[in-house]
Design a binder for this molecule. Sequence first.
Ligand code: PGA
Length: 258
Amino acid sequence: MNRPLVIGNWKMNLDYVEAVHLIQQIGVVLKNKPLEHVELVVVPPFVDIRSVTSVVDSERVAIEVGAQHANVHEAGAHTGEVSVSMLERLNVKWVLVGHSERRAMYAMTDEIVAQTLRTVVRQGLAAVLCVGEELSIRETEGHNDFVTTQLHAALEGLDERWRPLVTIAYEPVWAIGTGLTATTEQVREMTEHIRTVAASLSLGEARVLYGGSVNAENATALMSEGRVDGFLVGGASLKAESFLTIGQAANDCYDGKR
Ligand code: PGA
C-alpha cells in the first residue's frame, strides 16, 4: 500500500484572512495529534497561498501547499494566469491538473491537460491528474473507456524522469459537490481499472485517490473497501475538524486500525 495522501481543495472559497484562520486551526490540531502516516496537502486559491505558506513555515505545520491550477505556458502574455515557476517560488509542491471544473467551465481540453501536466512536472512539482466521467457516461457503462482515454491522453509518452511526480485522482463528475458519493464498489472497480491502465503506461507506482463528496463519515469505508491511496476533498476540507477526521481515517486504515 502506498503512503496515504489527503488533499483539501478549497476551490474559490476563503479569502486570505479566512484561509489563515483555517490553516492555523489545522496546525493546532496537528500539533496535538500528528498524523503519522498521512501526507496532507491544502490547496488554497492563488491569492491565499503566500499567507498560508507563511503560517505553515512559521508554525511548522506538517502540511504541504498546492495550487488548483497553473497555466500551460511557462511565462508571457497570458492575462489573468499564473505560471508554475511563480508557484514554485511560493514553495508550492503540488498542482491539480485537469480538475473537472476546469475541464467543463474553462475549456481545458485533454491536450491542454497533457501539456499542463508536463509544464508542472518539468519544474519538479507534483501533478495531481484529475479524471472522471459524467453521469450520462456512467449510466451507459462507458466510464472505464472514458477514463482510459483521459489517462492515455495525459500520460502517454511521459518521460520516465517525471513519472514519480504523478498522482491520479478519480473524481466522477456526478459525485463532486453533490453529496452523491460513489459506492465503495464503484470506487474499488475504478481504482483497479486505473491501476491497470497506469501500469500499461509504466506508471504502476502512481497513487490513486478518490474525490467526490468525501466526508468524515464515509472516508473509512471508501479507503478500506475502495482501496484508494487517499482523497481529494472539496467541501469537507473547509473545516479543520472534518478535513482532519478524513486524514485520521486514512491514517488508521494504513495503520491497520480500521
Ligand atoms: P467535493 O469536491 O468533495 O466537494 O465533492 C471534490 C473535488 O472537486 O475535488
